[in-house]
Design a binder for this molecule. Structure first.
Ligand code: BV8
Ligand code: ZN
Length: 243
């Protein structure tokens, strides 16, 4: 399977990728829906939503601080580095991610389209101003806006919230342009991001999934590489370079 994918990639000029929590799994960051995933311990609607935050800001803030600490100690894995390398191998390349950990950035990917925001930055709920002060992940206290005293929140997209319009448009454009589209490490259940691989296929792209498990998308893809991304992607890179 992976040899066929390499053959297709050799001929491709326009490639786009959508990644999810699975690409960070081998960096030690829990995914959302795997049995030991983040949501398994908490109810996602409770924590990753404005309603959840407003009803219990302290709990939700501490959950994000806990995740920031894990991310700060995590390193990009071989899958992130392979994706950063891929960027230079095609005339057109686009990477959109649902992840908020910025490991793609740390692995050297540029122009990363962040569909669900990022966990590093914060802003004020009341006036929208970005919070400039350094956040200490050990600090459990809830920061307040320096301009208006409003509640500070993480710069992620919560359930029920719109995705950043510019990011979504760019990701849709990429799914329209791509000749080969990869869905990597995502259960393809959270919309509208989950529509991107489907949109790519509707627009004539060869759709490839890299995921050790079955997903909502698996029955729909042209090729499925059922391996962890940190194993499959370096293999793919090696095959491409053997050209
Ligand atoms: C919107 C940021 C509406 C925060 C996230 C009811 C109430 C409210 C909303 C809805 C509802 N029903 C439906 C909705 C819409 C909702 C949605 O789609 N819900 C789903 C659950 C049905 N969508 C939204 O709310 C979106 N907004 O629709 O706005 C609107 C419309 C008009 C006007 C106003 C509003 C917003 C969605 C964004 C939510 N934010 N994250 C945070 O991180 O704290 S979502 C969260 O899930 C993460 O971003 C995560 O990335 C994302 C998707 O999960 P995955 O990345 O796929 O991760 P998952 O664990 O699911 O899967 C991991 C996969 O990796 C698995 O398949 C596993 O097999 C694989 N894997 C494991 N190891 C590896 C691996 N793969 C490769 N290698 C490995 N080693
Ligand atoms: Zn403010």
């Amino acid at each position: 399977m992976i040899n066929e994918v390499a053959k297709i990639l050799r001929k491709a000029r326009k490639v786009a990728i959508l990644t999810g929590a699975g690409v960070s799994a081998e960096s030690g960051i829990a995914t959302f829906r795997d049995p030991d995933g983040l949501w398994a311990k908490f109810n996602p609607m409770e924590l990753a939503s404005m309603k959840g935050f407003m009803s219990n800001p302290q709990l939700v803030w501490e959950w994000y601080q806990y995740r920031r600490k894990i991310i700060a100690n995590a390193q990009p894995n071989a899958g992130h580095y392979a994706i950063a390398e891929m960027e230079k191998m095609f005339d057109y390349f686009s990477l959109a991610t649902q992840n908020v950990d910025r490991l793609h950035h740390r692995a050297g990917s540029t122009n990363v389209i962040e569909l669900h925001g990022n966990i590093i930055e914060n802003y004020c709920i009341k006036c929208g101003e970005y919070y400039r002060k350094e956040i200490n992940v050990e600090d459990k206290s809830l920061p307040k806006c320096e301009s208006c005293g409003g509640q500070i929140r993480p710069a992620v997209v919560w359930f029920g919230e719109m995705l950043p319009q510019e990011a979504l448009t760019k990701a849709y454009d990429a799914s329209q342009i791509a000749e080969v589209y990869f869905s990597i490490g995502t259960s393809a259940e959270v919309y509208p991001a989950a529509d991107l691989p489907r949109h790519a296929k509707r627009n004539g792209a060869v759709l490839i999934e890299i995921n050790p498990n079955q997903t909502a998308l698996s029955g729909y893809v042209d090729f499925k590489i059922a391996e962890p991304s940190a194993v499959a992607l370096p293999k793919l890179m090696k095959l491409l370079k053997e050209e």
